[in-house]
Design a protein around this ligand. Structure first.
Ligand code: 8Y4
Length: 277
């Protein structure tokens, strides 16, 4: 039987890599049209990514950038819930990127299929919110918090420490009642890691995948790719495609990307070559 990832009413076949499209609904500083304009544009972008072949759309209402202002939970809910409900009604598998249990509960009630948490459901009540909802969960590793994480990240053995953390969080999910086939692990590229740490983790992805859970890799446009190529974030498409292919070659089941159309094409070529059919 093919391996499956169950996210609410969506069941994904893991015999091919999945693409998660990134949708930020943090207010656009260039737009003074208010929430409605931001939301309408975000919805258009989400529908375009779904039409381009995104398997999941990851909606985030709180920036994890160093120095980003914290967002109150009511504001975060207002940013993400309308779009989540609309897309879910249209049959799109929506992932909501949040650290807050109240946002998780609202997202699940609105039809979210997955909760993507950069703190791996460590907030009090987060495990329970997700266990009750039947959603998929993405557990990400981060060292420190978004404000301090890039100051001087240090590990004795980054691969072992990240793997151990994720194994412990997966166990906590199972104890809380999250089904095994709903759990995704993510080493958290760029979250409290130097370029050398990110490269070590990427090389070691097969070991992480060997824990038995699908692995998500988020490398799209990240600063590690900027350090390697010398290019600004908007100019990192080729670097991002190379990174996505490197990740799936090493066992990643899901890639979280900005450029869905290009990534889907790259993965089609990769799959045509890789498939032993
Ligand atoms: C340009 C634009 C450059 C955005 C960097 C970025 C991950 C994640 C983020 C990830 C999972 C980001 C919410 C950082 N990264 N969730 N979230 N995995 N699961 N930076 O790698 O995209 S936000």
């Amino acid at each position: 039987m093919p391996r499956q990832l169950v996210c609410g009413r969506h069941a994904f076949d893991l015999s091919r890599p999945l693409v998660m499209g990134i949708l930020n609904v943090t207010p656009d500083s260039f737009s003074d049209g208010g929430r409605y304009v931001d939301q309408a544009r975000a919805l258009d972008h989400a529908r375009a990514m779904a039409a381009d072949g995104a398997d999941l759309i990851d909606i985030g209402g709180e920036s994890t950038r160093p120095g980003a202002a914290p967002v109150a939970q009511g504001e975060e809910i207002a940013r993400v819930i309308g779009i989540t409900a609309t897309l879910a009604r249209e049959g799109v598998a929506v992932s909501v990127d949040t650290r807050k249990p109240a946002v998780m509960r609202a997202a699940i009630a609105a039809g979210a299929a997955m909760i993507n948490d950069v703190t791996a459901l460590t907030a009090p009540g987060a495990l329970e919110a997700c266990a009750a909802g039947g959603v998929g969960v993405c557990l990400m590793h981060m060292r420190g918090d978004p404000t301090s994480m890039q100051l001087a990240p240090a590990y004795v053995d980054v691969v072992r420490e990240v793997g151990e953390f994720l194994r412990i969080r997966a166990d906590a999910c199972i104890v809380a009642g999250v089904a095994r086939n709903r759990i995704v692990l993510d080493p958290g590229f760029g979250f409290g890691k130097t370029l050398a740490h990110n490269l070590e983790l990427l090389r070691a992805l097969p070991g992480l995948a060997a824990l038995g859970y699908p692995v998500l890799a988020g490398l799209s446009r990240k600063s590690a790719l900027g350090l390697i190529t010398g290019r600004a974030a908007a100019d990192r498409l080729a670097a991002s495609l190379a990174a996505a292919l490197a990740a799936v070659t090493r066992g990643a089941s899901i890639v979280r990307v900005h450029d869905v159309r290009e990534t889907v094409d790259a993965l089609k070529v990769w799959s045509a070559i890789a498939r032993t059919a």
